[in-house]
Ligand binder design. Structure first.
Ligand SMILES: Cc1cc2nc3c(=O)[nH]c(=O)nc-3n(C[C@H](O)[C@H](O)[C@H](O)COP(=O)(O)OP(=O)(O)OC[C@H]3O[C@@H](n4cnc5c(N)ncnc54)[C@H](O)[C@@H]3O)c2cc1C
Ligand code: FES
Length: 380
């Protein structure tokens, strides 16, 4: 694969504006302050703050837009930093076998390079509140630690009466991202942070639970955490699909109310929406594949176009150079979210949207196909 080089800043070159706004979304040209090798197959990328600093919430994600093979590509990466403790925002990227962007970034990126980055987004977040006293239980696997790290650091810093517990599953000791940082945080916050590592392969020099994070093991581990009232405990999970399914099942068996459970998926999977949830596909109208006209209102401007049956609304808009916002293109991150104010849209995937968002008529254009002829979607 022929990789292109990142743009370098230099006096001889015409520099791109530091920030451009398209469709109400800010696109920054961010200089890389530092690239840290976290494990053999994961790096953290720290950005210089621009003149007007970027603000973000714990657990949100940045969309990185490198140019690979002459083509701009977008991928979402969750922040690993806390806006309250880290001067430079950062993301952590783990290689995916055969993956275009994760390998490009791991192979090519270095301090001083400039990267196009879309403003932070995402609802897998928490607003720290110094007056709150609660137990935040974080359940992570592999690269899923990234947003959990951001949340942990933020809560520990800002909520002096709250407790944070982390159950973190990995294949081996060498694959644990942030092992040293987590040890240091435990040392710093002692009674307020508990970390339990779960490894598939037993480590040489220390004891920890081993095996996959299946319901029986997870229930055991949850019992080892400080016990708080159900209503004061919130759960945040992020990891591989199999782990997320196990965690969801366990929390359901333990009768944890679903509004206290938050999840972030990095990859489209087969997780079933919980029983009783709105099913946008069943609710949609005529499913017969045919061309249909769609109107998208982007920041007040109306765009009318025809969506062919083999295309999504976003794909069609991008083909027509309509600059709709997007990131993951898999129905996970909600960067492309809009409100369907007329007609019906079928979603190939609805993982990113909450039940209430579905009920309120929100749709994801990246996985959305019109099933009536009068679809109007409002974005922004
Ligand atoms: C909201 C959000 C936040 C994310 N945060 C992070 C993060 O903090 N750190 C991080 O490393 N990644 C994160 N991801 C995943 C990231 O956006 C990319 O999907 C990932 O880096 C793979 O991109 P790629 O171009 O290398 O692979 P692609 O070329 O897109 O895909 C190659 C193959 O790998 C599969 N694949 C894609 N992603 C994964 C995965 N995560 N695990 C296993 N198989 C996969 C694809 O189905 C495909 O078959 C996040 C995704 C979302 C939606
Ligand atoms: S672009 Fe991520 S949900 Fe559509």
């Amino acid at each position: 694969m022929a990789f292109s080089f990142f743009k370098k800043s230099g006096p001889e070159k015409k520099e791109e504006p530091q920030v451009a706004t398209r469709g109400n979304i800010k696109y920054h040209q961010l200089k890389i302050k530092e690239v840290v090798q976290e494990t053999a197959d994961a790096i953290s990328i720290f950005f210089e703050q621009p003149e007007e600093p970027i603000t973000y919430k714990p657990g949100q994600f940045f969309t990185l837009i490198p140019t690979v093979d002459g083509k701009k590509v977008r991928r979402a990466y969750s922040v690993c930093t806390s806006p309250y403790t880290d001067p430079h925002p950062g993301v952590t990227v783990k290689r995916v076998e055969g993956g275009v962007v994760s390998n490009f970034l791991n192979n090519q990126l270095k301090a001083g390079d400039t990267l196009e980055v879309m403003e932070p987004m995402g609802n897998f977040t928490i607003v720290p509140d110094a007056n709150k006293k609660r137990h935040i239980v974080l359940l992570g696997g592999g690269s899923g630690i990234t947003p959990l790290m951001s949340i942990a650091k933020s809560i520990l810093e800002k909520e002096s009466e709250s407790q944070v517990s982390l159950i973190y599953a990995n294949r081996s000791e060498e694959s644990i991202i942030f092992k040293k940082q987590l040890d240091e945080l435990q040392e710093k916050w002692k009674s307020r942070l508990q970390v339990i590592h779960v490894l598939e392969q037993k480590p040489f020099s220390w004891e920890c639970p081993t095996g996959l994070l299946k319901p029986a093991l997870l229930k055991e581990l949850l019992k080892q955490l400080p016990q708080w009232d159900t209503a004061q405990t919130e759960y945040f999970m992020c990891g591989p699909e199999g782990m997320m399914v196990n965690v969801e099942e366990t929390l359901k068996e333990l009768a944890i109310p679903k509004e206290l459970v938050h999840r972030e998926s990095f990859v489209a999977g087969k997780t079933q929406r919980v029983e009783g949830a709105a099913d946008p596909i069943a609710a949609a109208g005529d499913d017969t594949p045919k061309s249909r006209e769609v109107t998208v209102i982007l920041d007040g401007e109306e765009h009318k176009f025809t969506v062919e049956p083999d295309k999504t609304i976003l794909e069609t808009a991008l083909d027509l150079d309509i600059d709709l916002p997007y990131s993951c293109q898999s129905g996970l991150c909600t960067a492309c979210r809009g409100k369907c104010i007329s007609g019906k849209v079928k979603l190939d995937e609805d993982e990113g949207l909450s039940e209430s968002e579905l009920e309120e008529g929100y749709v994801l254009t990246c996985v959305g196909r019109p099933v009536t002829d009068d679809v109007v979607i409002e974005i922004g």
